[in-house]
Design a binder for this molecule. Structure first.
Ligand SMILES: C=C1C[C@]23C[C@@]1(O)CC[C@H]2[C@@]12CCC[C@@](C)(C(=O)O1)[C@H]2[C@@H]3C(=O)O
Ligand SMILES: O=C(O)CCC(=O)C(=O)O
Ligand SMILES: [Fe+2]
Length: 345
C-alpha cells in the first residue's frame, strides 16, 4: 500500500457505503463489557480526597474523568466549534495542510494507522506549538479566531496537566522537587510541549464494521480528552473487556500514558483505548498530550524503586520514545524494558 494511503483520509462526504478498505473483522472489533454498571471513576478535583482517588484510579484503571477542573465550559465549546469548522472544510482545502510522511503536525489519519490492516473511519489534525502556519493554509483570510482559541486551549490544558501531575506525585509520597525535569509554571514556554490533537469521526453507514481510532496507548505522561456529549471512547480493562466512557457534561477524560507508566515504574497503568463510531452523529474529540521537556531523560523515579522494586525501564527522552513508538508501535515499552536481574546503581 502507498504510504500516503495511511495519511490521506477518505473523503467521507461522498461515501454512502463502507468500502472494504475500512471493514474491520470481529477479531479487531471485540465486544464491549457485559456489565453496564462498570464505569470509569469520575473525580471531583475540588474534593479533599482528589489525590488518593486519582492514585487509586491510575493504579486500577489508568483512566478517570475529572470535574471542577477549572477549564471554562465556554472555552471547551469554542474549541469544539472550531474543530467542527476545520473538519467541515472541503477535502481539497484540508489537504493543503496535510502532514508530511514521517512528520507529526497537520491534517491526516492518525499515525498508528499504518500498524493495522484496515483503515480508520476518522481524520485528525495535530498542532504542535503554534497552529498558525497550517491555519493560514486552511483559512487564508480568517485564521485568527482558530489560532487564538487553540492557543488558549493549549495554555489551559497545560496548566491543568501540571496540576494533575502534582496531585499524582503527591498521592505516592513524592514532591515536585523529587522530579528533576518537572517545573510547573502554569505557562508553557516550550512550543514543542504543546501538543493538541483534534479528532473527527464522521457519521458512518456501517458503524459495527468500522473503527474510529484503533486500540492504542498514548505515548504521553498524561492525556486530557474532551469528547463533548457524543460517546465513542472505550477503555480496556483486564477481565472486563472494553468499557465505554460515558460523556459527563463539562468533564474531561484523563488517560495515563506510556511515559507515566515508565516513571511510576509500572505502578500507574497506561490505558489501552479506542474510539468507535456511530450512524447518526459526527463526533469530534480534542486531546492534549502532556509530556516532559523533549530533551529530558525520563526513567523510573528513585522513590518508586527499592529492593523489591527494581527499575523496569531504561531512561528515554520523549522524542526518542515517540520515534520507537512510531517504528514499533505496541512493542515500544517492551523494547526499553530492563532485564529483571538489573540492579540499582
Ligand atoms: C506527541 C504525539 C503523540 C501522538 C504522536 C504525536 O507526535 C502527535 C500525534 C499523537 C497521536 C494522536 C492520535 C493517537 C496517537 C497514538 C497517534 O497516532 O498520533 C497519538 C501519538 C502518541 O501518543 O503516540
Ligand atoms: O476520540 C477519542 O475518544 C479518543 C482519541 C484518542 O485516543 C487520541 O486522540 O489519542
Ligand atoms: Fe489516544
Amino acid at each position: 500500500m502507498n504510504i500516503l494511503n495511511h495519511i490521506i483520509p477518505l473523503d467521507f462526504e461522498n461515501v454512502i457505503k463502507l468500502p472494504d478498505s475500512h471493514k474491520w473483522n470481529d477479531d479487531h472489533r471485540s465486544p464491549v463489557c457485559r456489565f453496564p454498571h462498570v464505569q470509569v471513576p469520575l473525580i471531583d478535583l475540588a474534593s479533599p480526597h482528589a489525590a488518593s482517588l486519582i492514585r487509586q484510579a491510575s493504579e486500577e484503571w489508568g483512566v478517570f474523568q475529572v470535574k471542577s477542573h477549572g477549564i471554562p465550559m465556554s472555552l471547551l465549546n469554542q474549541v469544539e466549534n472550531q474543530t467542527r469548522r476545520l473538519f467541515a472544510l472541503p477535502e481539497k482545502r484540508k489537504l493543503l495542510a496535510i502532514r508530511s510522511p514521517g512528520g507529526s503536525r497537520g491534517y491526516g489519519m492518525a499515525r498508528i494507522s499504518s500498524f493495522f490492516p484496515k483503515l480508520l473511519w476518522s481524520e485528525g489534525f495535530t498542532i504542535i506549538g503554534s497552529p498558525v502556519e497550517h491555519a493560514v493554509q486552511l483559512w487564508p483570510h480568517d485564521h485568527s479566531s482558530f489560532c487564538e482559541i487553540m492557543e488558549e486551549c493549549q495554555e489551559e490544558m497545560n496548566g491543568l496537566s501540571e496540576k494533575l501531575m502534582s496531585l499524582m506525585f503527591c498521592s505516592v509520597g513524592l514532591t515536585n522537587q523529587d522530579v528533576k525535569w518537572f517545573k510547573p509554571t502554569n505557562v508553557c514556554k516550550n512550543p514543542q510541549q504543546r501538543v493538541l490533537h483534534l479528532n473527527s469521526y464522521p457519521a458512518c453507514p456501517d458503524p459495527d464494521q468500522a473503527m474510529g481510532l484503533a486500540p492504542h496507548t498514548d505515548s504521553s505522561l498524561l492525556t486530557l480528552l474532551y469528547q463533548g456529549n457524543i460517546a465513542g471512547l472505550q477503555v480496556h480493562r483486564e477481565n472486563m473487556g472494553w468499557v465505554p466512557v460515558q460523556p459527563v457534561d463539562g468533564s474531561l477524560v484523563v488517560t495515563v500514558g506510556d511515559l507515566m507508566h515508565i516513571i511510576s515504574n509500572g505502578r500507574f497503568k497506561n490505558c489501552l483505548h479506542r474510539a468507535v463510531v456511530n450512524r447518526t452523529n459526527h463526533r469530534v474529540s480534542i486531546a492534549y498530550f502532556y509530556g516532559p521537556p523533549r530533551d529530558a531523560k525520563v526513567s523510573p523515579l528513585m522513590k518508586m524503586i527499592d529492593t523489591d522494586h527494581h527499575p523496569l525501564y531504561r531512561p528515554v527522552t520523549w522524542n526518542e520514545y515517540l520515534h520507537i513508538k512510531g517504528t514499533y508501535f505496541n512493542k515500544a515499552l517492551e523494547l526499553i524494558r530492563l532485564n529483571v536481574d538489573t540492579k540499582l546503581g
